[in-house]
Design a protein around this ligand. Structure first.
Ligand code: NAP
Length: 189
């Protein structure tokens, strides 16, 4: 459901937006606890609990005039709530991130593909459409340069019950980015 007051607060001609799964506060705290441990051992800046998420589709700048249309798209249909098993931690060198990821998840892929189809049919382009979708939650940014990329499996999966996804506006500044939820969509079969 779109948040009208949030839609009205967009300054400028366009807004940087993305769709994402957002964990409930208790899970977000757990994930950012792990982010804190990682950044304590590796360096970098841990993600805050209120901003940890898994991006489903990144659109980048969308004209503000089209935001109400985007925010009132219906939820992607025929996707029941599902549980995502977070089972691995990794890091990338090219963008200096540490992340948490998951094994292959058919409902997650159906949601991503359904969202892409819906956005395309409504005339919204996603950024870098040829970039393979790699499901991850960024846990640490600005890792020290030169740290080798790595992946390791967690001793035990962290189950994430996914019941809704969000449309979020991102504002970049010298201090980092800040996010604002524009709409929420419930998953249902
Ligand atoms: P953003 O660039 O608006 O990205 C929002 C979300 O979309 C993130 O999940 C990001 O993935 C994803 N995304 C961005 N471009 C994408 C693309 N072309 N294709 C697919 N997915 C894409 O905001 P941000 O990522 O939070 O930060 C942007 C800049 O601010 C970065 O340079 C970052 O280093 C800097 N910054 C952020 C923070 C913070 O707390 N968020 C703090 C300090 C500095 P990723 O998570 O993989 O990037």
């Amino acid at each position: 459901m779109a948040t009208e007051s949030a839609l009205q607060r967009n300054e400028g001609a366009s807004t940087r937006v993305f769709f994402a799964l957002w964990p409930e506060p208790a899970l977000a705290e757990k994930l950012t606890g792990i982010a804190g441990e990682l950044s304590a051992s590796l360096g970098g800046k841990p993600t805050r609990a209120e901003t940890v998420h898994l991006t489903l589709a990144f659109l980048g700048d969308v004209p503000n005039a089209r935001l109400p249309e985007l925010a009132t798209l219906p939820p992607v249909g025929a996707i029941a709530p599902f549980v995502l098993a977070l089972d691995r931690l990794g890091s990338w060198q090219h963008n200096r991130l540490a992340w948490m990821g998951c094994s292959e998840s058919p409902p997650l892929m159906n949601l991503v593909l359904g969202l892409r189809r819906q956005l395309g049919e409504a005339g919204f382009a996603i950024r870098d459409p040829d970039r393979p979708f790699f499901p991850h939650l960024t846990l640490v940014r600005k890792l020290p340069a030169g740290l080798a990329a790595s992946v390791r499996h967690l001793p035990q999966d962290i189950d994430w019950p996914c019941r809704e996804y969000r449309l979020v506006a991102s504002t970049l500044s010298a201090a980092g980015s800040s996010y604002r939820t524009l709409a929420r969509y419930r998953l249902s079969a």
